[in-house]
Ligand binder design. Structure first.
Ligand SMILES: Cc1cc2nc3c(=O)[nH]c(=O)nc-3n(C[C@H](O)[C@H](O)[C@H](O)COP(=O)(O)OP(=O)(O)OC[C@H]3O[C@@H](n4cnc5c(N)ncnc54)[C@H](O)[C@@H]3O)c2cc1C
Length: 464
């Protein structure tokens, strides 16, 4: 990057908002994704107004410098690694709730807002914003919109794209557009809101978000069901859904994960169990919630659950959920490298996918812990390995290839919620074919002809 560009950035933002020292830049050279190359940006900027963002984008566009927009950097697909160097643009100063509008059941927020803060703010109106990734207390709204995050409530309430009603976006040429709005119905033109949701920062910079809120469910019942056989747990998941009960949460942890979580947080999980399910049903009519809970309990028993622990208080419920939320941090302690995947299958295929994962672990002699949002078919097989062990890493890469291959053959997708980023770009044709990927590339080239917005993501680096 030329000295002139750097000078102009300082002119736009002031020296204190332009980082160029190595010890500062290094923090932006990687994200939460394992087994990815890190790359130093040339400069990190922290704007606090939309006008500054417009000026930065116009400057970058004129000089063909790439921009990687960054929230909290918790994504799991290598989405914020600045592969071409260039500018990392941190959105953390855009952290305001612009408006909560209970009459329209919407909120308007800035993209650097941490998700949990939105929920804390709307709770006083008896409302919730349902998307609930494990990182709800750290991830930003902009990052979660751009990855289309899911989380622990996806089964019943859907994922981020189901709650995004409108966006303001600074386009790669510095022009600003608004998409969607507060109306419940909106079918005018192409659905640009959906296009930018899940675009992983490759099409523009989101500067404002209008979200849909829903009434908070009044009642909930939660439990932990313990199984001595992974297949029985898999069948329980399929049976709950086919019996037309849609729990808010239906999560699985296998034996490797259970043992690791217990070792990490000593919360009394049954370490001999082959699988546990974390299940919560909720709703606004107590009688219906209780009836559904009884159905779930009966299905667990029919499928041979060894025991069930029912949460009798919010504290007990929170302890069960804390165990599930600890899964990834706990697994990440075991070995130096944690390769976490996001393959997702139709929910009726969960038992097949669980079986296939067990087979893949044996075939490649790898330790794989599997947990995830099983109710919506979104499993997180997590390979515990060591990046410095080249022989093992070769087997890891073959295992990952096979995981995606199986998922696609079962009618699934490469990503249920973590996005493609750098991590999965090489598999895109497996899911969409050359023509499908070609259509997406045409959209990217039309909106960002110089490929300055988060290059090297979604599409293979050499593809554009
Ligand atoms: C322990 C752990 C648990 C997790 N659990 C879940 C889970 O349950 N469900 C789930 O879905 N994910 C989960 N994740 C992944 C991650 O938390 C989500 O992807 C999260 O939403 C990313 O938010 P962020 O603010 O960290 O975004 P970042 O990582 O900073 O960015 C993510 C992407 O968004 C782009 N971006 C950021 N802000 C903007 C903007 N304003 N405009 C345009 N593009 C932008 C970036 O360029 C990048 O491509 C987990 C991660 C960890 C480490």
């Amino acid at each position: 990057m030329s000295k002139n560009v750097l000078g102009e950035l300082i002119g736009i933002l002031g020296k204190e908002n332009v980082l160029t020292e190595k010890e500062d830049l290094i923090n932006y050279s990687y994200d939460a994704t394992a087994d990815m190359p890190s790359r130093m940006p040339e400069v990190v900027v922290t704007p606090s107004t939309k006008e500054q963002i417009i000026d930065i984008v116009k400057l970058a566009s004129k000089n063909k410098v790439s921009i990687v927009t960054r929230g909290s950097g918790t994504n799991l697909s290598g989405g914020t690694i600045p592969v071409n160097g260039g500018i990392v643009l941190s959105m953390l100063r855009f952290d305001k709730i612009v408006e909560v509008d209970p009459a329209n059941l919407t909120a308007t927020v800035q993209p650097g807002l941490v998700i949990q803060r939105l929920n804390e703010s709307v709770a006083e109106h008896g409302l919730i914003y349902p998307p609930d990734p494990g990182t709800v207390a750290t991830a930003t709204m902009g990052g979660s919109v751009s990855e289309c995050s899911g989380g622990l409530r996806g089964l019943k309430y859907g994922v981020t794209k189901d709650y995004i009603m409108g966006l303001e976006v600074v386009m790669p040429d510095g022009e600003v557009i608004r998409t969607g709005g507060k109306t419940v119905k909106n079918v005018s033109g192409y659905d640009l809101t959906k296009l930018f949701t899940g675009a992983e920062g490759t099409l523009g910079i989101i500067t404002e978000i209008i979200v849909k809120l829903i009434p908070a469910p009044k009642y909930r019942r939660s439990m932990l069901a313990v199984f001595d056989d992974l297949d029985k747990a898999g069948k329980t998941i399929a049976d709950i859904i086919s019996n037309k009960v849609i729990p808010a949460t239906l999560e699985i942890m296998d034996n490797v994960t259970i043992r690791t979580v217990e070792n990490y947080s000593r919360i009394g999980l049954p370490v001999d169990a082959e699988a546990v399910l974390v299940i919560e049903v909720d709703g606004s009519i107590e009688e219906v919630v209780l009836r559904e809970f009884e159905t779930v309990k009966a299905i667990c028993a029919e499928n041979g659950a060894v025991s069930t622990k029912i949460a009798e208080s919010d504290t007990e419920r929170d302890a069960i959920f804390a165990a599930r939320r600890a899964a990834l941090p706990a697994l990440a302690q075991v070995k130096p490298t944690t390769v976490l995947e996001d393959a997702t299958v139709p929910r009726s295929k969960i038992p097949d996918m669980l079986k296939a994962l067990k087979g893949i672990a044996e075939k490649y002699n790898l330790q794989i812990g599997t947990f995830g949002h099983a109710g919506d078919g979104n499993l997180h097989p997590t390979i515990l390995t060591d990046e410095s062990n080249t022989d093992e890493m070769e087997r890891v890469h073959k295992a990952v290839d096979e995981i995606f291959d199986v998922a696609i053959k079962l009618g699934g997708t490469l990503s249920g919620e973590h996005g493609i980023g750098m991590a999965k770009s090489k598999y895109m044709e497996l899911e969409f074919g050359k023509t499908g990927v070609g259509v997406m590339m045409k959209i990217k080239e039309a909106l960002d002809p110089d490929n300055i917005m988060n290059p090297g993501k979604i599409f293979r680096r050499d593809a554009l």
